[in-house]
Design a protein around this ligand. Structure first.
Ligand SMILES: [Fe+2]
Ligand SMILES: [Fe+2]
Length: 196
């Protein structure tokens, strides 16, 4: 929920507390894919998370490289990949907010608080996405003037690295909330409903 401020805030959280990891403890990550309730939709959803991780790694790596040695295509790639990342992440959040979270949060009352945390994460990420867009635009403007963009790229890199940390925290916790619910209650779920 917006405005929530506690130790579970995305900006300060270092992991989920034990009472929200009851199912995560029962289903360790290494066993997910071998479980009979692990389905194609879950595999597809984890693939999306992997794509977001790879895009962020690329953006951070490209900015680091640009600070070392300017690449002629940096601006074009920065614009293209950041635009794609933000657009895809926005769509991903919409699907989770409107399909995944409502569908999965009803199965286990112990995890209701965990779904509130994920919802609050999305609001926090909205703000960080705006910051990422703004710092990216500052770099593109600086590149456009031709007067050197080293300082603005340095600032962008620190925004990207912070975003990388928030994103990894959110994706990892979200996976450890949702996937164990699918494995525990998969047999009760209607496969035709709420899919993506
Ligand atoms: Fe999410
Ligand atoms: Fe997600």
């Amino acid at each position: 929920m917006p405005g929530m401020s506690d130790e579970l805030d995305l900006d300060i959280r270092t992991g989920l507390p034990a009472h929200l990891r009851v199912l995560a403890e029962k289903y360790p990550r290494a066993q997910w894919r071998g479980h009979r309730n692990f389905n194609d939709l879950t595999a597809f959803w984890l693939e999306r998370h992997l794509m977001f991780r790879k895009l962020l790694d690329k953006l951070v790596g490209d900015a680091q490289q640009q600070l070392d040695e300017a690449q002629p295509r940096y601006g074009a790639e920065l614009s293209r990949y950041t635009g794609f990342f933000l657009e895809q992440l926005h769509g991903h959040h919409m699907i989770e907010d409107h399909a995944y979270f409502p569908k999965f949060q009803v199965f286990d009352k112990r995890l209701l608080r965990a779904f509130e945390v994920l919802d609050a994460d999305h609001h926090a990420l909205d703000r960080h996405m705006q910051e990422l867009a703004d710092s990216t635009n500052s770099v593109l403007q600086a590149l456009g003037t031709g007067k050197g963009a080293h300082d603005s790229i340095g600032r962008l890199l620190s925004v990207q690295e912070r975003f990388h940390g928030f994103m990894e925290r959110h994706l990892s916790d979200e996976e450890e909330i949702i996937v164990p619910v699918v494995l525990e209650y998969g047999a009760e779920m209607d496969a035709d409903e709420g899919g993506v």
